[in-house]
Design a protein around this ligand. Structure first.
Ligand code: HEC
Ligand code: HEC
Ligand code: HEC
Ligand code: HEC
Ligand code: HEC
Ligand code: HEC
Length: 258
């Protein structure tokens, strides 16, 4: 009995420690900036300014895999090295910013603010637009403070999963509804249930297999420390999808009271 209590106390302690780490990692960003990526890898030495890519203005309209698999955007920040020529020829941002799907590429200043004052003004506008958008969406506690899955379930957003001429025909056989159980390895802390069916809606398969996870249950070794450092589940959770503060959304399997 006593031993059990010590273990329980220990697990609360470890959780508290991890919580502080996860908290400081994602508390840096305000809800309207959560998921923003500063892109400045390829402008070095050029006369244009850095670009802020906002996930919240795009993920309401498109699935993750459309950009990260079909259009080949990296899942690491500032890693794609987009060039002006790419966009002009219809790759990356240019696949949509063509004046039809979204505003014209020629409006350079929409992506490259011309000076600091303009950058500041743009940021203020984005903030205002965010709060207006958020009001219409189901609420969550962390990250963008928007429950994106509920928003989709309610039909409030309808992310497109394809673009003509770009998306190859989706393989209808590539469905997976299996839940992957993962053991949290800490007594008293609920185990994790990873739901394939819920992730495939947004991510397809290619964002996770074969690069991040082995296609075999239990094969991928992962720890909370690596997740907080931005690997495995932490590649998306803590950057774009709901952050790690939301412990019980992943550690969701009821603990048995043996
Ligand atoms: C839809 C958004 C968007 C628009 C519109 C846009 N760009 Fe860019 N541009 C980017 C992104 C993203 C990068 C990559 C930034 C980085 O990683 O540093 C980039 C990079 C660049 C670079 C540096 C790389 C290189 O090719 O030398 C130049 C120069 C550039 N853009 C010029 C322009 C000009 C000129 C226009 C208007 C005709 C324009 N861009 C319009 C998004 C845009
Ligand atoms: C309209 C295109 C688009 C959509 C839709 C999109 N992304 Fe991204 N994502 C990007 C771009 C562009 C970057 C920046 C890549 C770079 O800088 O090289 C990025 C970066 C990321 C990063 C790295 C961010 C960081 O700060 O570490 C992650 C993780 C990510 N996206 C996951 C997702 C997930 C999950 C979804 C779906 C909920 C999603 N993305 C939807 C275009 C998109
Ligand atoms: C899959 C299509 C798609 C891709 C890819 C895409 N966008 Fe967009 N983007 C849109 C749509 C649609 C809108 C909203 C309609 C509009 O403003 O024309 C938008 C709006 C924006 C806006 C105005 C709202 C905001 O976020 O401040 C910016 C800036 C922007 N995109 C930048 C980018 C950059 C930079 C990239 C590439 C790194 C990119 N977009 C890639 C479709 C796309
Ligand atoms: C968001 C990430 C993610 C996405 C998207 C995803 N998976 Fe997985 N998949 C996982 C994880 C995590 C595991 C468990 C790996 C482990 O335990 O080492 C897994 C395991 C598997 C396994 C092994 C199951 C077993 O019986 O051993 C198969 C098969 C699989 N995935 C197929 C798919 C297919 C097909 C798709 C697309 C329809 C897909 N996955 C999409 C994360 C993902
Ligand atoms: C995005 C999903 C997710 C969230 C959110 C999450 N965890 Fe985890 N956690 C995992 C996964 C996956 C493992 C690894 C399980 C395994 O070994 O297979 C794990 C393992 C752990 C472990 C076991 C020891 C270790 O370091 O691996 C502890 C303790 C833990 N998490 C605590 C927490 C706490 C505290 C929070 C909230 C601050 C949290 N987790 C939030 C997915 C998550
Ligand atoms: C490629 C990006 C990506 C990776 C990797 C990823 N997730 Fe997610 N996950 C998402 C997105 C997107 C959502 C939708 C909710 C949101 O955006 O906040 C989501 C939703 C969830 C949910 C809520 C759905 C539900 O079942 O109720 C859980 C739990 C979850 N993820 C756990 C995990 C765990 C555990 C891992 C690692 C084994 C993981 N995720 C890896 C992108 C990802």
């Amino acid at each position: 009995m006593r031993k059990k209590r010590i273990i329980a106390g220990f697990s609360i302690l470890v959780s508290a420690l991890l919580f502080t780490q996860a908290d400081t990692a994602s508390a840096v960003k305000k809800s309207y900036q959560y998921g923003d990526v500063l892109m400045n890898a390829s402008i070095e030495g050029k006369s244009v300014s850095a670009v802020t890519f906002r996930h919240w203005t795009h993920r309401d309209k498109y699935t993750c895999r459309l950009c990260h698999v079909d259009l080949e955007f990296s899942q690491y920040p500032n890693d794609t090295m987009v060039l002006e020529e790419d966009i002009r020829e219809g790759r990356y941002c240019g696949a949509c910013h063509d004046g039809k799907e979204a505003f014209q590429f020629k409006k350079c200043a929409e992506c490259h603010p011309q000076n600091k004052a303009e950058a500041k003004k743009e940021m203020k506008q984005a903030k205002k637009a965010f709060y207006k958008f958020k009001k219409k969406m189901p609420a969550a506690t962390y990250g963008n403070k928007i429950d994106w899955m509920q928003a989709e379930a309610d039909g409030k957003i309808k992310p497109k999963d394809s673009l003509p001429g770009i998306t190859a025909v989706r393989n209808a056989a590539m469905v997976n509804t299996r839940d992957e159980p993962r053991v949290s390895k800490l007594p008293g802390l609920p185990d994790i249930i990873f739901s394939h069916s819920k992730h495939v809606v947004w991510n397809g398969c290619g964002m996770c297999h074969p690069d991040i996870y082995a296609i075999e249950t239990g094969k991928t070794k992962m720890s909370m420390k690596e997740i907080i450092a931005g690997e495995f589940c932490g590649r998306c959770h803590g950057t774009v999808a709901f952050p790690l503060n939301d412990c019980l959304r992943c550690h969701s399997k009821p603990v048995s009271m043996k």
